[in-house]
Write a protein that binds this ligand. Structure first.
Ligand code: PLP
Length: 385
């Protein structure tokens, strides 16, 4: 049985072109880019090229890119590094629907005595910008709001938010881990100060990420040690993965528009058919304002985990809530923040597609899913028989 992979917000397949680009850096070009000899030193050229490829995708200067180990590290560095650079300010503003890579840091800060404001969202998952404006004061060191939500795909109006935060002389960070490679971004045209991305969400390998730091933004290094990344992130570079991330960004920059259309078509076909053919299910979040690859649907009266197990039997991979938090049966904090009722939040499934999905896979899932839902409803104590 071939796997049908609809869990691309959790992680993605490494693109063949990316793997090819990485291969020489394991056993042939394995030198340390910090070495004095040519064998190692020449590799700094490949890192430079990767930095340019990432910067091209984002519309920024290569010098504004720091390579990190993952999206979580980028988020942690951005938040902790910004606060360390402004020791007199003690307030952080974020949203209730952030990924744990941001929320856990903010909650730790709260324990350390910082004031942390978590902005709420409405039923469609949208933020109240007036509330954000009201909350920014002279004590605010940082506003950190995600670009696109990993569970619902909802895209926040980040350019507007960045402009607002800038007008109040405050630093703005966005966790764009789910946005980069899926929707076009242009940092030369907005006021974002810091942006996090992660390789494995855009067909590069796991174990590499990047942090964009706008020139002039004050940031205390998070990792201390050697002089790599111009002293902004110590640690010997993960050269194969950095090269892979560069290639993945080059591919995204070239193909993003065309791929968006294909992926959106497949997502819409899957979503429309499920909403039509499975009784008592609802789409979570704003239908328009979202990533083209993500669909989050609640199937009332049944458990998301039970649906996932049945899907798994048919070789179909999806997720309930965030993959990073699954393992606990708490309903998704994102859906709860949107006011999705407990029973519906428990029965939510996220389908997240990529350029590697096919029409055939979508048709197969459309055929299987109503059978699964009907079967589980027959077993459900919440359904009147
Ligand atoms: N931020 C968001 C929005 C995510 O979806 C994820 C991963 O799912 C992360 C951060 C963490 O990224 P990484 O897995 O690279 O640490």
């Amino acid at each position: 049985m071939k796997t049908v992979y609809f869990d691309n917000n959790a992680t993605t397949k490494v693109a063949d072109e990316v793997l090819e680009e990485m291969k020489p850096f394991f056993c042939d070009l394995y030198g340390n880019p910090s070495s004095m000899h040519t064998f190692g030193g020449q590799i700094s050229r490949d890192i430079r090229r990767a930095r340019e490829q990432v910067a091209d995708l984002l519309g920024c200067d290569p010098a504004e890119i720091i390579f990190t180990g993952c999206g979580t590290e980028s988020d942690n560095s951005a938040i902790k590094g910004t606060l360390a650079a402004q020791p007199n300010k003690r307030k952080v503003i974020t949203s209730r629907v952030e990924h744990p890579a941001v929320l856990s840091v903010c909650r730790e800060l709260q324990n350390l005595g910082y004031t942390v404001v978590e902005l709420g969202v409405d039923k469609k998952g949208n933020l109240d910008l007036a509330e954000l404006e009201e909350q920014i004061d002279d004590d605010t060191a940082l506003v950190t709001i995600m670009y696109a939500n990993n569970e619902t795909g909802i895209i926040f109006p980040i350019e507007k938010i960045a402009e607002l935060v800038k007008s109040r002389n405050t630093v703005f960070h966005t966790d764009a881990v789910q946005a980069v490679g899926k929707i076009p971004l242009n940092l030369s045209k907005n006021n974002i100060d810091l942006l996090s991305l992660s390789g494995h969400k855009l067909h590069a390998p796991k174990g590499v990420g990047a942090l964009y730091v706008r020139k002039g933004t004050r940031l205390q290094p998070f990792m201390l040690g050697g002089h790599q990344e111009a002293g902004r992130r110590a640690g010997t570079e993960n050269v194969p993965c950095i090269v892979g991330l560069g290639k993945a960004c080059e591919l995204a920059a070239k193909n993003i528009k065309k791929e968006n259309e294909i992926v959106r078509h497949l997502r819409d076909k899957l979503e429309n058919a499920l909403l039509q053919n499975c009784p008592d299910c609802i789409l979570n979040g704003d239908k328009k304002n979202r990533l083209p690859n993500t669909s989050n649907i609640s199937f009332e009266y049944i458990e998301g985990e039970a649906i996932l197990l049945m899907l798994d039997k048919y070789g179909i991979c999806a997720s309930s809530g965030s993959a990073c938090t699954s393992g606990s049966l708490e309903p998704s904090h994102v859906l709860r923040a949107m006011g999705v009722p407990f029973t519906a939040a428990h029965g939510s499934i996220r389908f997240s597609l990529s350029r590697y999905n096919t029409e055939k896979e979508v048709d197969y899932t459309i055929q299987i899913m109503p059978q699964i839902v009907n079967r589980l409803r027959e077993l459900s104590p919440f359904v009147k028989k």
